[in-house]
Design a protein around this ligand. Structure first.
Ligand code: THU
Length: 142
C-alpha cells in the first residue's frame, strides 16, 4: 500500500469527474482517478449503454485512459460516487486494476474515504505472473 501525500485528492478528482458520468439507466454516477508512478493522474467516469452489458465502469475508464496516455506503472486509484454513496469497485474492476498492479484503493464511503490494499480487496487473485513464460497458442493449435 503506498503512502502518497495526495491519496485523498484522488477521491476529490473522482467525485469531480463523476459529474460527467453517462448514467441515464442506473442514475448512479461514479468517478475514478488513477495515480501513476510518474505522478500523473488519469480520470474516468461510468458510461452506460442502452445495451446494458456494454456499460463501462468508471475504474475501467480511468485505467484504460491512463494506459492510453502512456502511463506504464499504476500505483493507486480513488473511487467516488457523485452523491457520496459507498462505491466499492465491482469484481471486474478489481481484475482490471490487478492487471496493472494497482496497489492502493481509496474508496469514498458514507463515513468518508477509506484506504485499502489491493490484497485486502482482492485476495488470491489471478494476474499476469500466473500465466508464466508461455508462448501464445498458434492460430491452428488444438
Ligand atoms: N459502477 C462503476 O462505475 N464502478 C463500480 O465499481 C461499480 C458500478 C457503475 C456501473 C453502472 O453504470 C452503475 O455504476 C450501476 O451499476
Amino acid at each position: 500500500m503506498v503512502d502518497h501525500p495526495h491519496l485523498e485528492e484522488l477521491v476529490d478528482a473522482a467525485r469531480e469527474v463523476a459529474k460527467r458520468a453517462h448514467a441515464p439507466y442506473s442514475n448512479f454516477r461514479v468517478g475514478a482517478a488513477v495515480l501513476a508512478a510518474d505522478g500523473s493522474v488519469h480520470v474516468g467516469c461510468n458510461v452506460e449503454n442502452a445495451a446494458y452489458g456494454s456499460t463501462i465502469c468508471a475504474e475501467v475508464n480511468a485505467v484504460t485512459t491512463a494506459i492510453a496516455h502512456g502511463a506504464t506503472e499504476l500505483v493507486a486509484i480513488g473511487v467516488a460516487a457523485l452523491d457520496g454513496e459507498n462505491v466499492y469497485p465491482c469484481g471486474n474492476c478489481r481484475q482490471v486494476m490487478r492487471e496493472f498492479g494497482i496497489d492502493t484503493v481509496v474508496v469514498e464511503t458514507t463515513d468518508g474515504p477509506r484506504t485499502y490494499s489491493s490484497d485486502d480487496l482482492f485476495p488470491h487473485s489471478f494476474g499476469p505472473e500466473d500465466l508464466g513464460e508461455r508462448e501464445p497458442p498458434g492460430v491452428n493449435s488444438p
